[in-house]
Write a protein that binds this ligand. Structure first.
Ligand code: ZN
Ligand code: ZN
Length: 521
């Protein structure tokens, strides 16, 4: 995976030494005894500035590694970069180049050298023992060969000319930074339904919200938990400790952003980093999915049909624990994701393997994108990392547009009862009564669907008050039952299932449940 940059055309390295304010005032190695009338510490060397320039052609590798020799005595490494943006015809992608850095421990896939990534969101960053730009990991600036990594994910037909400036600032390292990881448990209400948004960004990737703003937004949205999922970095994990509380569980995660789609690693060990430098053809994804599962986390393909470059999911679903079928405001790609998810439910049941639970998350980056719209409502034994992940993994959850939407779905037959995500085992022809109660969706439409498609549709009260929809089936007729609640269409009509036509059949989703599976004994 690492590319030899010397093979790239037009690369040249200019090393020059410059003076920078502050460098001369920095203390030397802190070895002198305070009691001794020691001679003044030796002045730190002046900053060293290294310029790396080059040109990448169309067809450049996904990641380009630029080595930087870091000598002993560096207290901070600072990097800035830029690249040209030649005019391109309409419809042709222009230049776009991400950046990150690996330290002297190397650039091996899944190795230990990762020190941060800011994608295309920042033009500069710095790292020292004490602090780092969001997206980057503070810690020792150890001597050895570091690598700035460029990710030229769009290259114009004319090529991409880059310029990277690395400044090495010498001096004694400052005090080590200590991460403040969040607790793995909040107060909770015992076995109950808990609301949580599992896909959120901050300034640690391409969001504009500070972690404290995300935590405040989660509380305002009525959520019990969130998962922090900045792109391709673990740097936010150590900020959440003081922001979590008895009322809000915060779990560590990452959105792994590859060239063939994005996936969420949910409920990681705090500080755990998951590599992103592979495509579907590289066959590396299963290895990183296993890494996430080993620490108890979930692997969740995100927005599988998002039309942006490199955002469509191409890794398949065999290594997934759940699927994000609803991402942010309801759009046509979410319809496609729900269809894909629904299609694999019956297959999984036939093959006797676990079906893939659906998830919904806001993917909120910045104001005014609302945190918690949508979110997951999960039946869990406790408000803890392990219990919430268990509930999501089992599909004991439904997806809500907001905390104003309330819903309950049960199936009862042969003296037994099952809820969302559970299995009801009954004689094949025994009546099974399905009951859906919804509130908070004025004028909405409740839909009950099975492996045959929509079998029942009913309009909800115009004032959003609770309504109960009842429908009867059997295990011989339905392998599973699930519910959707839709808003009216833009023209105010309710939408109509089992029909064809040029218009979209439904308004936006307000709620969607995971299935209750029916098993003929
Ligand atoms: Zn994404
Ligand atoms: Zn995202």
């Amino acid at each position: 995976m690492p590319t030899d940059p010397s093979a790239l055309p037009g690369r040249r390295t200019v090393l020059r030494t410059g003076l920078a304010a502050g460098a001369a005032a920095a203390a030397g190695p802190a070895a002198s005894s305070p009691a001794a009338a020691a001679p003044p510490p030796p002045a730190a060397p002046a900053d060293r500035v290294i310029e790396l320039t080059g040109r990448l052609p169309t067809g450049a590798p996904d990641f380009v590694y630029l080595p930087v020799e870091v000598p002993p005595g560096v207290r901070e490494i600072a990097v800035s970069y830029g690249y040209d943006k030649p005019a391109v015809p309409s419809g042709t992608p222009g230049n776009s180049c991400d950046i990150g850095i690996f330290d002297q421990r190397g650039t091996d896939l899944g190795g230990r050298g990762f020190r941060g990534w800011s994608g295309g969101f920042r033009s500069s960053f710095s790292i020292s023992a004490t602090a780092a730009t969001p997206g980057y990991l503070p810690g020792p600036v150890a001597p050895g060969t570091w690598h700035v990594v460029l990710g030229p994910y769009q290259v114009a037909p004319q090529g991409l000319t880059y310029s990277v400036q690395v400044t090495l600032r010498f001096g004694a390292p400052g005090p080590a930074s200590a991460p403040h990881y969040p607790a793995e448990r909040a107060r909770g209400r015992g076995r109950a339904w808990y609301r949580g948004d599992c896909h959120l960004h901050t300034v640690h990737s391409d969001g504009r919200r500070l972690p404290e703003e995300v935590a405040a937004g989660a509380r305002a949205a009525g959520l019990d938990f969130i998962v922090s999922t900045d792109h391709n970095t673990s740097s936010s994990h150590g900020t959440w400790g003081p922001l979590a509380g008895d009322d809000l569980l915060i779990l560590a995660g990452e959105e792994i952003t590859t060239r063939n789609g994005h996936w969420l690693a949910l409920g990681l060990d705090p500080g755990q980093f998951v590599d992103w430098r592979y495509r579907s053809r590289d066959d590396a994804f299963p290895r990183f999915a296993r890494q996430v599962r080993r620490s108890g986390g979930l692997v969740v393909p995100a927005h599988p049909y998002c039309p942006y470059v490199a955002c469509q999911w191409k890794f398949g679903y065999r290594d997934a624990d759940a699927l994000e079928v609803w991402n942010g405001p309801w759009t046509y790609d979410d319809e496609s994701a729900v269809d894909t998810w629904d299609a694999q439910l019956a297959t999984a049941l036939r093959e006797g393997r676990d079906w893939l639970p659906a998830m919904g998350n806001s993917d909120a980056h910045s104001d005014p994108q609302p945190i918690g719209s949508p979110h997951n409502v999960v039946l869990a034994d406790d408000l803890s990392r392990a219990a919430i992940l268990d509930g999501l993994r089992a599909g004991r959850s439904w997806l809500a547009e907001s905390a104003a939407v309330r819903l309950d779905l049960t199936a009862t037959g042969h003296g037994r009862r099952a809820g969302i995500g559970e299995r009801l085992t009954v004689p094949a022809d025994a009546p099974v009564d399905v009951e859906l109660t919804v509130s908070g969706v004025p004028g909405g439409t409740a839909r009950l669907l099975t492996d045959e498609g929509q079998l029942h549709q009913e309009t909800l009260p115009a004032d959003g008050t609770p309504a109960t929809v009842r429908w009867r089936t059997t295990a011989s007729l339905a392998a599973y039952v699930r519910a959707e609640v839709r808003h009216p269409k833009p023209d105010g009509t309710p939408g109509k299932g089992n029909s064809m036509g040029p218009d979209l059949p439904w308004g936006p989703m307000a709620a969607l449940t995971n299935p209750i599976t029916l098993h003929a004994q």
